[in-house]
Ligand binder design. Structure first.
Ligand SMILES: [Zn+2]
Length: 260
């Protein structure tokens, strides 16, 4: 049976059978995979303590090509991120990052750019303690990750007619269609989120900024709030998942749900 190796971020696990555990990983080379860790809940298991979420590990596993479930052969710690037990603020946001990966990635579909973004986001989260900064890291990741998995909002022209957007103090975001809409097309929308021209420009800048420069791009709380409303509505239109970890976020960063 083929043997695979990968550098992988641990997303989550659940108990299986008497002493086993099924672990979901996001591998740099092979994408998201689900792997059974046999006997992992036994005290003397060789996997003990190495399969918690948020760590990056070197894994070796085997199974048929394109199988839906593999078997773990070995795991070595590469980048340890003990987010649990170090404060709910950090833990909740690290959970969100892994929940988003779990919801957005297809199994066996490699995505090195998304992997690099996830790795960068988790590393920044582990170093940061200020709540506002933690929120910014997560929201930056939101935009970058969604874009890497194929969901990039249209911000440079009208998402409906493809025409140029007029320079107005307020822009209109159509989460369902996936971008900004011009005033002529606004009646074709099922719900628009108003946002300031500054927030619209800021959102576009995130798309072209790397994680290394994320700290330099820090938005004001108001602009961040506007971006969060747009991007969470945009995400919810594309990923039909429930994000339990969102309850950890600051009130200003909670998803917008109403009509404008
Ligand atoms: Zn238009």
């Amino acid at each position: 049976m083929p043997l695979f190796n990968d550098e992988a971020i641990t997303l989550r696990h659940f108990d299986f059978g008497e002493a086993d555990r099924i672990v979901s990983f996001f591998g740099k080379k092979h994408g998201k995979v689900r792997i059974v860790a046999k006997g992992c809940r036994k005290l003397k298991s060789r996997f003990a303590g190495r399969l918690e979420p948020f760590h990056t590990v070197d894994i070796v596993y085997f199974g048929r090509e394109h199988a839906s479930l593999f078997k773990l052969s070995s795991v070595d710690m590469k980048d340890m991120r003990p987010a649990a037990g170090e404060g709910l603020e950090r833990y909740g946001r690290a959970c969100y990052v892994t929940e988003l990966m779990e919801a957005g990635l297809r199994e066996g579909d490699p995505n090195p750019k998304a992997w690099m973004a996830a790795e960068a986001a988790l590393n920044l989260l582990m170093r940061e303690t200020r709540v506002a900064e933690l929120d910014w890291i997560v929201r930056f990741f939101d935009v970058k990750f969604l874009s890497h998995i194929g969901y990039t909002p249209t911000l440079d022209r009208c998402v409906v007619c493809r025409g140029l957007l007029p320079e107005l103090p307020q822009a209109l975001f159509d989460a369902e269609k996936g971008g900004l809409t011009c005033p002529r097309c606004k009646h074709k929308s099922n719900g628009l989120i108003p946002l300031s021209a500054g927030a619209a420009k800021f959102l576009a800048r995130i798309l072209t900024t790397t994680f290394a420069d994320a700290a330099r791009l820090k938005p004001s709380p108001q602009i961040l709030g506007e971006i969060v409303r747009c991007i969470t509505a945009f995400r919810n239109q594309r990923l039909h998942a429930k994000f339990n970890s969102e309850k950890f976020f600051s009130p200003a960063n909670i998803a917008y749900t109403g009509e404008p």
